[in-house]
Design a protein around this ligand. Structure first.
Ligand code: ADP
Length: 188
């Protein structure tokens, strides 16, 4: 059972690499951002309640996101999982650790993908051209997401560093180069 958190600022390439890693290591993959977008697209009550946060580039409330992950894990627990975009606050990380330990599991490693800020903005704007994501279209919203990351999410690295489960890699390079760096960490 291998549980991996892919961690980094918006646009660092977590989503792309998470999909590849899940396939390569035969793991589940949950992106909380994708779950939220699918709730919004389906017009559910939950989706409606989260639309505002997403479009402003703010975080959704911890309790809602944690419940989404808990629900996912109740049916995806026969093998490990890549967590992409979660946990994003220390509060989420604390509940998450507890949730895993209650089922005899744990976070094995958090891997941070380091990408310079100007590259992040460039990548997200490019993605926004065809992703149709409302939060990818405006540079102001993108900058706000990066600011929220700095203010609320970056500290989650300390949480896992204290547990000796934190590794950083250089996220700048081709998709194959970054994938190889991630595999090197996981294979260890
Ligand atoms: P990105 O990493 O490019 O920001 P995501 O798809 O991971 O893209 O997230 C998109 C948005 O979804 C975030 O800006 C935030 O509003 C919301 N979101 C995703 N995951 C979480 C989470 N764990 N906690 C709170 N909000 C979240």
């Amino acid at each position: 059972m291998l549980n991996i958190i892919l961690f980094g600022a918006p646009g660092c390439g977590k989503g792309t690499q998470a999909k590849r890693l899940a396939e390569h290591y035969d793991l589940y993959h949950i992106s909380t951002g994708e779950v939220i977008r699918s709730e919004i697209a389906r017009g559910t009550e939950l989706g409606k309640s989260m639309e505002g946060y997403i479009s402003r580039g703010e975080l959704a409330p911890d309790s809602i996101v944690v419940d989404m992950v808990r629900e996912y894990m109740s049916t995806h627990n026969d093998k490990g999982c890549i967590f992409d975009g979660f946990p994003r606050t220390t509060a989420q990380a604390e509940v998450f650790d507890k949730m895993l330990s209650e089922c005899g599991s744990q976070v094995d490693v958090m891997i941070y993908m380091d990408v310079p800020e100007e590259e992040l903005i460039k990548r997200i704007l490019l993605r926004g051209k065809d992703s149709g994501r409302a939060d990818d279209a405006s540079e102001d919203v993108i900058r706000n997401r990066i600011e929220v990351y700095r203010a609320q999410t970056a500290v989650v690295a300390d949480h896992y560093a204290k547990q000796n489960r934190y590794v950083g890699i250089d996220g700048f390079g081709t998709m194959d180069e970054v994938f190889a760096r991630l595999c090197e960490v996981i294979d260890k």
